[in-house]
Ligand binder design. Structure first.
Ligand code: CA
Length: 225
């Protein structure tokens, strides 16, 4: 699950980014509206957290620009402007939700969960496929009832495959949705992370629930055929 945080209060921005990364989300961030529009033009995000009062282009301009070409990406407005008129304007301009500052991180996490799960058919808090589960609230995975110790990328890959179970997911799509712009991202190929994840799942379950369909991508299934 790949998120973009657009917030010019750096301490707040860093707090949000740190806490979301700890929950195994892939997170990019920027401090102004112009950079935000560049990133939104270049990358694909599952959810954008958008402050309204920003240097450069303001949040409403960023939102309207995004919505000219993209109705899919979820947008959650984070703003100190708590007046009803601003909320209405934001939602009218295509935002999916609104959270007034100051807010508790737990509430932010709950809104993110709700917005990101809403677009998928599995809207249970716990995603399940055979013996594999991923608790989207605790952000932890288990196999055969035992907790799995996964890295952030392994967690992101597993969550994405579970959300899209029933269809193969290409490596390119995984990179788009699971990788962020952190420097460490280019040091290892995606295959390394997938094979580490598969090894952990195989150890816990006695079989590997992830299959690689040549030319199509990876799919998670209940049992090996
Ligand atoms: Ca601001």
């Amino acid at each position: 699950m790949r998120l973009l945080v657009i917030e010019d209060e750096r301490a707040l921005c860093e707090t949000i980014v740190r806490s979301l990364r700890r929950l195994a989300y892939s997170v990019d961030y920027c401090y102004d509206g112009n950079r935000a529009m560049e990133l939104l033009g270049e990358e694909r995000y599952d959810l954008v957290l958008l402050d309204l009062n920003l240097p450069g282009a303001d949040g409403m301009t960023v939102l309207k620009t995004l919505r000219q070409t993209d109705r899919e990406t979820r947008v959650l407005i984070l703003s100190a402007r708590s007046e009803v008129a601003d909320k209405v304007a934001g939602l009218d301009a295509g935002a999916n939700d609104y959270l007034a500052k100051p807010f508790h991180l737990e509430e932010l996490e709950a809104r993110i969960r709700s917005l990101t799960l809403r677009q998928f058919t599995q809207n249970d808090v716990v995603l399940t496929c055979g013996g594999v589960t991923f608790d989207t609230k605790a952000r932890t995975a288990a196999a055969a009832g035992q907790p799995l110790a996964l890295t952030r990328k392994e967690t992101g890959i597993l969550e994405y495959l579970l959300l899209h179970r029933g269809r193969p997911v290409s490596q390119e799509e995984l990179i788009d949705h699971v990788w962020d712009n952190s420097v460490d991202n280019f040091s290892n190929s995606i295959r390394v992370h997938i094979s580490a994840l598969r090894k952990k799942l195989r150890t816990a379950l006695g079989y590997d629930p992830i299959r690689n369909r040549i030319g199509e991508g990876y799919i998670i299934e209940e049992e090996q055929a």
